[in-house]
Design a protein around this ligand. Sequence first.
Ligand code: MF3
Ligand code: CO
Ligand code: CO
Length: 252
Amino acid sequence: MVIIKNNIQIDGIRRSSRLAAQTLNYLKDFIKVGITTEELNTLAHKYIVSHQAIPAPLNYGGFPKSICTSVNDVVCHGIPTPYQTLKEGDIINLDITTILDGYYGDVSSTYPVGRISPIAQKLIEVTKTSLNKSIKSLKPGRDINDCVGKVIQPFVEKNGFSVVRDLGGHGVGIKFHEDPFVFHFDNPREKIILKPGMVFTIEPMINASKNYQVTLDTNDNWTIRTFDGSLSAQFEHTILITPTGSEILTIL
Ligand code: MF3
Ligand code: CO
Ligand code: CO
């Protein structure tokens, strides 16, 4: 069941989402050759708790850190570690989820480390644009699949990339992961008609090859990688459906 949030809940989710966006904005300036993903995690953790909030990933289903740091072929759920130092040409996704006064906000972006290859640059741009195109199409009364999967998949594939199937966006706000599951590819299922007060993420994970398959790293049982070792990028926003369209909640 998709929860329709009331105004009090929307206010809380808006505040938490803004803090998540502010955390990401603060962190992005530390992305440099030589920093470790553990150091990024520590900076994020301190920033979030100093704003009277809780990093949602910490201990979520046993996740050991406060943010996800997904480098290069890591699709998502990368675990920060002192043994991983960023190097020139890497791409890194930082995924931040905050709990403020009990409300959740979820955001992520992918960044270059120093100078990156043209293909990595294109992957970041296409992924970000696919999310923005989808957001622009959101309107109450429309089917979610028409606004997300049917917008993102053709655009991504036209650019020679592929849409990860096994993971998707999700309702968010009262809990970390709520209904609905948001497919980023065209997926026929019972329609979900958008209504004002729905809050969910759109967070396409896009692989630089035509192979959309992923594999779970069984060393930690969290890290998801591309099957073929190709690069993967992701952008995520928490979005509210309004009477006239949508509002991105994870903005500064
Ligand atoms: N923030 C991720 C999402 O967008 C979920 C991370 S779950 C964790 O849904 F346990 F890895 F933190
Ligand atoms: Co999410
Ligand atoms: Co997230």
